[in-house]
Design a protein around this ligand. Structure first.
Ligand code: ADP
Ligand code: MG
Length: 308
């Protein structure tokens, strides 16, 4: 009997923990801890791992600007480079935990709409945080910036909606033929249709929404979003805050529509989980990365269920 398919979206803290700079060694070491759990899950499930790339793609893009001796690569090419880099680190971490497992990393392009309004209002934060005294200098570069309370200023780029995963068939063929598949890294490389082919565009797609699309298209048995909080909170940040054990998909989408969750963080996670559940009728879960085993088996986190 073939194993059930589980799609797991790894949040930023899988690679860089609070207070870290994000060196190669730090990222690999963070992944190593998670890899031991992923190896356990691979015994029971067929796994697709997806991941974000906000800090990594921003850093790489910044390196294009600061090195004058070689031609700079566009943002979408940096996105492709981070898929490979992070995929490589996941391969290294998994093979240390269990050398017998095969890990396939798929360079994944995701089609977006060139008329997506997101191109006119950049919202996805990438790269490092900057202190207030650098603001004028950064604005002169023509950057769009957002202020993150308590952390500083951060560059933002457009984040159009994922429409179609171009490598869907390749991914489908790898399931069952490879123990673990890593795909739609960083939300996928954004491309638009151009003639018979496609052209990369400078943007960063939300990784949770792209992962949701993948999980739905593959009709995965479960979709798991792992981040740095225990689940979806009501009254987040207030003394009355509490984790919701479950939500039904329609209700969750209504809460997103009412602006109950921030656009750049919990909003797209709740939306991504709910869209998958609504389309497939299957349960999704939003949970803390350290609780990965319990989250996959629905013993921890916020479960999103079909509405009755
Ligand atoms: P990741 O990098 O893991 O994909 P984000 O950093 O984008 O995740 O989003 C997770 C963050 O969302 C949490 O660290 C938390 O600060 C924030 N957040 C905002 N509103 C809520 C909420 N209602 N419930 C839980 N977390 C929330
Ligand atoms: Mg984050």
């Amino acid at each position: 009997m073939s194993k059930e398919l589980v799609v797991i979206a790894l949040g930023g803290n899988a690679l860089i923990r609070a207070g870290q700079r994000g060196t190669f060694e730090e990222q690999l070491s963070n992944l190593s801890k998670i890899a031991t759990y992923i190896v356990q899950l691979a015994e029971k499930y067929s796994l697709i791992i997806t991941h974000g790339n906000g800090p990594q793609v921003g850093n790489l893009y910044l390196q294009q600007e600061t090195t004058k001796d070689v031609p700079p690569m566009p943002l979408h090419a940096c996105g492709a480079m981070t898929q490979s880099l992070i995929g490589y680190m996941i391969q290294q971490a998994i093979s240390t935990a269990d050398p017998s497992l095969d890990v396939a990393v798929v360079t994944t392009r995701v089609e977006v709409d060139p008329n997506d309004p997101a191109f006119r209002s950049p919202s996805k934060p990438i790269g490092p945080f900057y202190p207030e005294d650098r603001l004028e200098e950064l604005k002169k570069k023509g950057w769009d910036l957002v202020h993150v309370p308590g952390k500083g200023w951060r560059r933002v780029v457009p984040s159009p909606l994922p429409r179609r995963i171009l490598e869907l068939n390749v991914i489908r063929r790898l399931i069952g033929n490879s123990d673990i598949v890593v795909a739609v890294g960083g939300g996928g490389i954004p491309v638009i249709k151009r003639g018979e082919g496609y052209e990369g565009v400078d943007a960063v797609i939300d990784k949770d929404l792209a992962s949701s699309l993948l999980a739905s298209e593959l009709n995965a048995s479960r979709f798991v979003i792992l981040t740095d909080v225990d689940g979806v909170y009501l009254d987040y940040g207030k003394p009355t805050q509490r984790v919701l054990p479950e939500l039904c998909a329609g209700e969750a989408l209504q809460m997103v529509g009412n602006g109950m969750f921030p656009r750049g963080s919990m909003g797209p996670k709740v939306e991504a989980a709910a869209l998958y559940t609504q389309k497939t009728g299957k349960v999704s879960v939003i949970s803390h990365l350290d609780k990965i085993l319990d989250a996959v088996d629905l013993r921890f986190g916020t479960r999103i269920l079909p509405c009755k």
